[in-house]
Design a protein around this ligand. Structure first.
Ligand SMILES: [Zn+2]
Length: 384
């Protein structure tokens, strides 16, 4: 197969911004990145003209539940995978939610079956299990009756149903027995993620010592920061070990709180997520999710009582919001949606345009809207 070169655009690696840059691709990987004229393009290379657009690493969404009416938690995943490149997402974690345990197990089996032979589209890095191991005090939209504490034994059962594909687990470490499960998760390459948690600062500190290093949607569904009890939010800000997920839809977190988190943690420890509900991208209306009616209205997904039920935004909107609401330059706004996100789950060949990395690339127009997306060097989507 001949190689490809994407040229005539500004390359964001994202550590570096290269005007009139070129990305050379061979065999699904990036062969070279540099300035046009400085990177040698072999004969017979297929040329893709970026027409002056931004050439950025594909977005990595480690926390998303679905899009366009399709849910990651079951057969809908087969339609989420091909839909994601339109939002600039080239890799993601299929994120589950709290259902009664037998339904969770069934869903994990279905997801695993789809991932054994996935359709063309975004690359699924694995499963992010969000619940049922949440705090009954901070369930978010989850039904409190269905939550129960994490234990190593229970995790083994779920991981077996998922055929080893669970890569992240959001849980409340303060629940009985949950703390002791952390070392085994880490030893098995599963990222332990604090979330939907009412833990005290001291409890989070203990969890960090055991290997906790990631937090689900910082600020949302966790004990807030108070000056005498810094809570989960204070601990997430305080411990450098923790990657802090952030929903930047402009609804879940006030822009000032987004800015504070980014200043405290630095862009390399903030992970932009969509937390998209399956209704993201659909018109306003009434839908059903987790056996409950959900109302989508003007960019919010919520239950009848106003509890937020996932986000309406997709990850590209989060990147635009970092630019438009916080005033970050694009080269900085890209970092939490690409390199940081990939690093947070150990996917070190994703989220950056460097020789040897996977050729997962998105072209962004002047409004930071995706125009074309490559996964593993293959053009999988172009804007109609
Ligand atoms: Zn979620």
């Amino acid at each position: 197969m001949p190689g490809k070169a994407i040229l005539n655009g500004t390359v964001y690696t994202p550590s570096e911004k290269i005007e009139a840059g070129v990305v050379l691709i061979s065999g699904g990987q990036i062969e070279a990145v540099g300035r046009q004229g400085e990177v040698e393009i072999p004969p017979n290379t297929e040329i893709f003209d970026a027409a002056g657009m931004a050439i950025a690493p594909g977005f990595v969404d480690v926390h998303m539940h679905g899009v366009l009416g399709k849910d990651c938690m079951g057969i809908g995943l087969a339609e989420v995978i091909p839909a994601l490149p339109a939002y600039g997402v080239t890799s993601f974690m299929a994120t589950t939610l709290t259902y009664p345990r037998p339904e969770v197990i069934e869903a994990l089996e279905t997801i695993s079956e789809i991932l054994s032979s996935p359709p063309s589209g975004a690359h699924c890095l694995g499963i992010h299990l969000e619940g049922p191991h949440l705090s009954p005090k901070r369930p978010g939209m989850a039904t409190a009756d269905w939550v129960y504490p994490l234990s190593s034994q229970d995790f083994d059962v779920l991981q077996k149903a998922a055929d080893g594909r669970i890569r992240m687990i959001t849980f409340a470490p303060e629940e009985p027995g949950a703390m002791q499960a952390i070392p085994a998760l880490v030893a098995n390459g599963v990222v332990p993620v604090i979330g939907h948690s009412d833990a005290s600062y001291e409890q989070v500190a203990q969890a960090v010592k055991l290997g906790l290093n990631h937090a689900t949607h910082t600020y949302n569904a966790m004990r807030p920061l108070q000056h005498r009890e810094p809570g989960v939010v204070g601990a997430v800000m305080h411990f450098d070990e923790i990657y802090a997920e952030l929903i930047a839809d402009g609804v879940h977190v006030h822009p000032a709180a987004m800015d504070i988190l980014i200043r405290v943690k630095g862009l390399d420890k903030v992970v932009l997520i969509s937390d998209s509900a399956p209704f993201a991208g659909l018109p306003d209306g009434e839908y059903e999710w987790e056996h409950k009616p959900i109302f989508v209205l003007e960019g919010r997904c919520q239950l009848a009582d106003g509890t937020l039920a996932g986000a309406f935004a997709t990850l590209d909107m989060g990147v635009r919001n970092l630019v438009n609401l916080l005033g970050l330059p694009l080269e900085k706004a890209l970092i939490p949606a690409t390199r940081s996100a990939a690093n947070s789950v150990g996917a070190h060949r994703k989220g950056r345009l460097e020789a040897g990395c996977d050729a997962d690339i998105v072209l962004l127009d002047a409004d930071i809207r995706p125009a074309a997306t490559f996964v593993g060097g293959r053009l999988v989507w172009t804007r109609p």
